[in-house]
Design a protein around this ligand. Sequence first.
Ligand code: FAD
Length: 119
Amino acid sequence: AQQPPHPPSRQELGNAGWLLLHKIATTFEDDPSPAEQARLRRFLDDWSYLYPCSECAGHFQALLRENPPDTSSRLAFMAWLCQAHNTVNKRLGKELFPCDVEALEGRWGGCGCAEKSAG
Ligand code: FAD
């Protein structure tokens, strides 16, 4: 039977949020220009204020301050984001994710480039 519509839970919001962030990471430029790097850092900074769970947003602001994002390349940002997500996982007592490229591409990559150019 279909579930009745309901406002997203913190968990659903988190799943959707991480999905978008990790997809952005796997499709980021291999060799980003300074402007592209600045755009990504601005996006993360804005995200950390607009994320609609104030406790999570506050934690993410602190995380960005203490551990500024590495936007120097697609692989560097994928690794940074994986560590950031693991910091949240640790705080919540969740399992840590392996941050090697194979695991990250397997979970979040795939046809990212094709999707981007098709869009
Ligand atoms: P999620 O943590 O949502 O992960 C989704 C999927 O991502 C997993 O199933 C796994 O396949 C994959 N994954 C897991 N870890 C990694 C990793 N390190 N790298 C790559 N992929 C990975 N909740 C709070 O209660 N307090 C907070 O302070 C908080 N801060 C948050 C900050 C941000 C920026 C976001 C996006 C979410 C935050 N959340 C917070 C929500 C929380 O992180 C989870 O999304 C939520 O608890 C649901 O967890 P989950 O087990 O379903 O998997």
